[in-house]
Ligand binder design. Structure first.
Ligand SMILES: Nc1ncnc2c1ncn2[C@@H]1O[C@H](COP(=O)(O)OP(=O)(O)OP(=O)(O)O)[C@@H](O)[C@H]1O
Ligand SMILES: [Mg+2]
Length: 457
């Protein structure tokens, strides 16, 4: 059998989260201990080390059927830690971040939104061995014949082509369908192509850098590739990175409409119902058993999770126990709250049986020193120069109000400095924007003052 080649088809990355671009990881040393300032992270050592242990277990495939809850006051880095967990898990582990409020849309059932998000978080790495012909085209003759209905026109009938590798050379006769694909893709001598032995799908891989074509012409659009090694006909391994949600969509599309939809049109995409999901799950499990697919459970992060209601909590509780479940992280800043959809007051606003299945990571408020360091990191990240006075002011505001507010104020103060033509933010810029905007406490007092004058619902 010829050489086997691995080809990796990359998946697009997930969306970036603006306020957390400075977070590069959890900032732990090789023993899993938090370094005070590392990877964009400052302080919050206990939570970071706890998160580090979880990352380790996820990577070793030992984390299943458990929820992670991040609990702490506003602006204490819960979202930041979730982002750091994602960075630590790396590129091939899907990470989806959503806010609990996204679950409530008018068109789609809330459990369906959650189910789809969960299926986007399960990566499926599919390996496929296929027989292919691969080589540099050294001879290519297209044979044409008269058109069956129009004798003045000629059509492609078949083609003869010779493929060459560093060790082998083979001449193939291909039928009309493959010949047409080759002509359409502009194949000529010097191209490196690949033809699937079973389906006949032809793909241009590039222009052979050993060919005359590569020397003679400035061929801008096609990449240059080395002349393939090994046999012309060989087994090649293809690796695709997909998610369960991708497979759901593919199966739903295949089912929708059928052949008649070609003539009469059909639904663009059928709803992804339970049958589609069951079919995908069955297929994926079969591939896993046969060693053709590997699962990469990713992370679903639900921010402001106290906004979920009893029904969605019940759904999540069941879901984490199923075989194909991602790792679920919930974040909340509520201490004691009513569980939405009930009259029950509960810790964190979560049902007790859900908390039973969870490990809780707490985040704590920052001291002034940490706030100052975080602001410095954010300033570097946003390319903002801060005077000492401005940094002192922002630190003081962060400690008195919230870190989140100070981080936001930092960007606005920079805009203020820019608008007066300065390239450094000074204390007066911070003062001005602090005076123009309100934080929550201030806004509440403001509204109270005017309550009698404002519209009530
Ligand atoms: N330990 C930290 N190291 C570096 N940056 C941090 C740290 N904690 C928080 N930040 C940054 O401070 C800002 C506020 O933190 P974050 O949004 O994570 O808070 P939160 O706990 O999720 O708040 P909320 O409850 O309001 O959602 C963000 O820009 C975040 O990246
Ligand atoms: Mg948050």
């Amino acid at each position: 059998m010829g050489a086997s080649i691995r080809e990796v088809v990359p998946t697009p990355r997930f969306r970036r989260i603006g306020a957390h671009t400075h977070i590069k990881g959890l900032g732990l040393d090789e023993n899993g201990r938090a370094v005070k300032i590392k990877d964009g992270m400052v302080g919050q050592e206990r939570a970071r080390e706890a998160a580090g242990l979880i990352v380790k277990m996820i990577k070793e495939g030992k984390w299943a059927g458990k929820l992670i809850v991040l609990a702490g006051p506003p602006g204490t880095g819960k979202t930041a830690i979730a982002v750091a967990i994602a960075r630590e898990l790396g590129m091939n582990v899907p990470f989806i971040a959503m806010s609990a409020s996204e679950v409530y849309s008018s068109e789609v059932k809330k459990t369906e939104v959650l189910l789809e998000a969960m299926r986007k978080c399960i990566g499926v790495e599919i390996h496929e061995m296929r027989e292919v012909y691969e080589g540099e085209v050294v001879k290519f003759n297209v044979i044409t014949g008269p058109h069956p209905y129009n004798p003045y026109q000629r059509v492609i009938e078949r083609a003869a082509l010779t493929l060459k590798t560093t060790d082998d050379e083979r001449t193939l006769e291909v039928g009309e369908e493959i010949a047409a694909q080759l002509v359409e893709q502009g194949v000529r001598e010097g191209y490196v192509i690949q033809i699937d032995a079973e389906t006949g799908r032809a793909t241009v891989l590039g222009i052979s850098s050993e060919s005359d074509l590569a020397k003679k012409y400035e061929v801008g659009r096609r990449v240059r590739v080395p002349r393939p090694k090994g046999k012309v006909r060989k087994e090649k391994e293809f690796v695709y990175h997909m998610t369960l949600a991708d497979l759901d969509r593919m199966v739903a599309r295949r089912r929708s409409g059928g052949i008649l939809s070609l003539f009469f049109g059909g639904p663009e995409e059928k709803e992804i119902g339970p049958e589609v999901i069951a079919e995908v799950d069955r297929q994926v499990k079969e591939w896993v058993d046969q060693g053709k697919a590997f699962l990469h459970p990713g992370v679903l992060f639900i921010d402001d999770a106290h906004m979920l209601d009893i029904e969605t909590f019940a759904f999540l509780g069941r879901a984490v126990e199923s075989e194909l479940s991602p790792i679920i992280i919930l974040a909340t800043n509520r201490g004691f709250a009513r569980i939405r959809g009930t009259d029950v007051e509960a810790p964190l606003g979560f049902p007790a049986d859900l908390l039973d299945r969870a490990v809780i990571i707490g985040t704590e408020t920052y001291d002034a020193e940490s706030i100052r360091e975080i602001l410095k990191i954010r300033a570097t990240e946003e390319d903002i120069k801060l005077s000492d006075g401005a940094l002192n002011k922002l630190t003081e505001i962060g400690a008195r109000r919230s870190l989140r507010y100070a981080v936001q104020l930092l960007s606005i103060a920079a805009e203020n400095a820019r608008s007066r033509g300065a390239n450094e933010v000074d204390a007066a810029d911070v003062d001005r924007v602090d005076h123009l905007f309100m934080d929550v406490t201030e806004a509440v007092e403001h509204l109270k003052k005017y309550e009698s004058l404002m519209i009530r619902h």
